[in-house]
Ligand binder design. Structure first.
Ligand code: FRU
Length: 558
């Protein structure tokens, strides 16, 4: 492996050179998925921001494209979105009816122009540092022209006013913008992407506020009726607001929360479940956990009263693709955390930053959790995989061993070195504990002893899944990286017809990341790690006899 690629992911998007953060301007058009991103091409650091660009035909393989938007002498191009202006509302292209056969519709980017000097200056100038501007492309997203009359939305006097997400409000036949505005979001509307009218504000008193709000997204979703099946046309429809915040995430630093509610064209009203006062929920959570957990930080975390799109440390600024034809809600996040993003060891290879896999969001309503957003792997990743790249096995642990300080006996090897490539694997693991007080642990490791652990103590409903990357590999680059453990509460699974001591996982492993979806995607936990040697082995252990596992692993075809 060349030095440049030691940590380069096998199947997650990362730049060949330079720095990457938030995904921007995600859209789909004519068979191509477009991913733009916060980009500094000259060094692996957060310099004056450009919008880089990559495209994919299958959501799996990405190809880097020429840089789309460049900063000027005073302004960076911060995060934003792209819409397909099929009706030519902005007038940059030809209207659909007049467009030549096969010609592409105009696409319009709406981004934050960020004046770093003003932002740093403090005082009144800082209140005008962020304005919203547009640019358009007439070739489907490769070459871009800035609109000559920018900004289209001046700053209303806020230090933080950025990351506009625009989408077409089909019901009302107009554009809808949600934008982060300090500790809340603002909604705006426009007929033409150039003139924007304020609609309302949301969130100042609701939700998590440990840090500044950033990168919102706002969209409607039909509620799933039957688990695993697309919602029928008559299914209930709700609106979902995603808001990233930094810091203040459930396990520290950056994370994305969500709200489910209703939108009347002006105002977003979250469902009661999302406005419950924190203490009420906290007590309820404590009761569910039942047995005292000896780790106060973990308890604090899993009692978080907020709805988190991902409980891991490494999924931030997640937003959805616009213009997806089949109405699927497909999202990508930046797989990092501002707590340590600038220090990741990949900078020695000249690149820094990578994206999560695309995820399909499903909105479900359960009697236990109420409205809940589930994360699924899009169908593009599954299907007709080569059976020779697949292993399937199951078993029961027979012996019973004491819970040792470090490990739990007995140990079973689920995957052995050489059997399957654990740097490009999708696995489904089902764990059933015969005693609800049983603990189990899944350990990905290499012969050098580096290990990533996923564990649950007392696998009863409500106890958290814990991910421990403390000894996963390099961690010295930032104090904030390796510990403490990452915890996510597990929802009671009766809803899914599972017995109470069963937890199921889908885990997608790349060289330096695990995306862990628990119990049908109700909990997502995304974590980075930096082993010096690839993981080759998966171990399973439990302290209860009769603890059983079923595992299915496939290598992702690259
Ligand atoms: C989120 C963020 C955005 C901003 C961009 C700058 O990670 O801080 O709010 O637009 O990154 O790169």
């Amino acid at each position: 492996v060349s030095q440049k690629n030691h940590y380069r992911p096998n199947f997650h998007f990362a730049p060949s050179d330079g720095w990457v953060n938030d995904p921007n301007g995600l859209f789909y058009l004519d068979g191509v998925w477009h991913l733009y991103f916060q980009y500094y091409p000259h060094a692996p650091e957060h310099g004056p921001m450009h919008w880089g660009h990559a495209t994919s035909r299958d959501l799996v393989h990405w190809e880097e494209q020429p840089i789309a938007l460049f900063p000027d002498a005073s302004r960076s191009i911060f995060s934003g979105s792209i819409v397909v202006d099929a009706q030519n509302t902005a007038g940059f292209g030809a209207a659909e009816a007049e467009r030549a056969e096969g010609a592409v519709p105009p696409v319009v980017a709406i981004y934050t122009a960020h004046d770093a000097a003003k932002a740093k200056s403090g005082g009144d100038a800082a209140l005008a540092a962020e304005t919203q501007a547009i640019a358009y492309s007439l070739d489907g997203g490769t070459r871009w022209t800035h609109y000559e009359a920018n900004p289209v939305l001046p700053n209303p006097g806020l230090r933080d006013f950025r990351d506009p997400k625009v989408s077409w409000d089909a019901e009302r036949g107009r554009w809808l913008m949600v934008i982060a505005a300090g500790d809340c979001v603002h909604f705006y509307t426009s007929p033409n992407l150039k003139d924007w009218a304020f609609l309302s504000e949301f969130g100042a008193q609701i939700g998590a506020h440990g840090g500044v709000w950033e990168c919102p997204d706002f969209f409607s979703m039909k509620v799933e009726k039957v688990h695993g099946e697309p919602p029928p046309p008559d299914a209930e429809e709700k609106w979902v607001l995603l808001v990233s915040l930094n810091p203040g995430g459930p396990n520290g630093g950056s994370a994305t929360q969500y709200f489910v509610g209703d939108f009347d064209g002006t105002k977003f009203t979250p469902d009661k479940q999302f406005t419950a006062p924190p203490n009420h929920k906290k007590n309820a959570a404590k009761q569910i956990v039942g047995k005292p957990l000896n780790n106060p930080t973990v308890l604090e975390t899993i009692c978080s009263p907020y709805a988190w799109l991902d409980w891991g440390r490494d999924n931030y600024a997640s937003v959805l693709f616009n213009n997806v034809p089949d109405g699927r809600r497909v999202m990508i996040g930046w797989m990092s955390n501002w707590d340590y993003a600038k220090k990741l060891p990949t900078s020695a290879e000249g690149w820094l930053g990578q994206m999560t896999l695309p995820r399909q969001l499903i909105l479900a309503k359960t009697s236990v959790s109420g409205y809940v957003i589930k994360s699924h792997l899009p169908s593009e990743f599954g299907g007709d995989l080569d059976p020779t790249r697949k292993i399937r096995r199951s078993g029961t642990l027979k012996a019973n061993g004491p819970l040792a300080q470090v490990g739990i006996a007995p140990i079973t090897t689920l995957i052995e070195s050489g059997e399957i490539d654990l740097t490009r694997a999708i696995m489904r693991i089902k764990i059933r504990q015969m005693s609800p007080m049983g603990s189990y642990r899944l350990v990905f490791c290499n012969e050098q002893g580096e290990r990533l652990e996923i564990l649950q103590h007392n696998a009863v409903p409500g106890t958290p899944v814990i991910v421990n990357r403390h000894s996963a590999g390099e961690g010295d680059f930032s104090q904030n990286f390796a510990g403490p453990v990452i915890a996510a509460p597990i929802v009671p699974v009766e809803e899914q017809g599972l017995c109470c001591s069963e937890t199921n996982f889908m885990i997608i492993l790349d060289k330096t990341s695990a995306e862990i979806f628990c119990n049908g995607g109700e909990r997502a936990i995304t974590v980075l790690f930096f082993p010096n040697w690839p993981y080759t082995t998966l171990l399973y252990s439990s302290d209860v006899a009769g603890s059983s596992y079923a595992i299915e692993v496939e290598e992702i075809a690259l």
